[in-house]
Write a protein that binds this ligand. Sequence first.
Ligand code: B1M
Length: 208
Amino acid sequence: MADLKALANAVIKGDQAEAVRLTQQALDEGTAPKQVLDEGLIAGMNVVGVRFKANEVYIPEVLISARAMKMAMEILEPELVAAGVDPIGKALIGTVQGDLHDIGKNLVVMMLKGAGFNVEDAGVDVSPDAFVEKIKSGNVQIVGLSALLTTTMSAMDKTIQMIRESGLACKVMIGGAPVTQNYADKIGADGYAPDAASAVDLAKSFLN
Ligand code: B1M
């Protein structure tokens, strides 16, 4: 039986090789990709977050854990995506200007792909202009903005304003640790999702 606690520990320790090995092992043994994600990788990264907050670990350790999680996610992504069939909609997802956090955003991208969306990943530190250009050049129905810093949340506001001023008809959802439904309402987002799974539900609701 897959040892997802050991996988979480590999992420906590930043042991890239072990995180990759245990992810592959769990998948080979038939563990559901979503369970590997939730009980292994996310569980481990949550512990890192708590320790970072308590000043028990510092940025270098966090980066090493983040890299271990990213490497393991590369194996998981095709499995999560495999569940998808024909694209059910086109989404553009990015982390807003000034913000370099991408683990949660990458999860949203993966889960949306897994749910059957055609997803363009805009990357990190995406300016309002760049979002608007990408929406115009793709046939984008849903835009997802991610922010992990209280200082970059205002970039969501600016991005939404610019999208609305450009007359683009897409729906905009926002998410990330400091973001709330209240903030979404305040800045005129079409929706807020607290996690990647809820982002999928929200994105699907926009298609109706
Ligand atoms: Co940073 N960091 N970080 N960091 N970092 C936080 C966010 C922080 C809360 C840590 C802390 O102090 N406790 C804090 C922010 C404080 C604040 O503003 N309130 C912080 C800080 C201060 C900083 C720096 C400023 C540190 C410094 O330099 N002094 C700096 C900023 C750099 C920048 O962006 N300009 C910085 C840097 C970094 C690293 C580079 C070291 C690294 C990022 C690596 C990477 O992403 N590639 C990092 C990390 C890893 C973290 C923590 C520890 C973990 C974040 C994470 O990946 N969580 C984080 C502490 C924490 O969150 N507890 C912290 C796992 C991920 C799965 O969760 O991203 O929340 P999350 O995504 C969730 C939901 O939020 C949601 O779905 C996901 C779950 O399913 N979600 C969405 C996210 N986006 C969504 C979009 C949606 C819907 C849902 O729709 C579109």
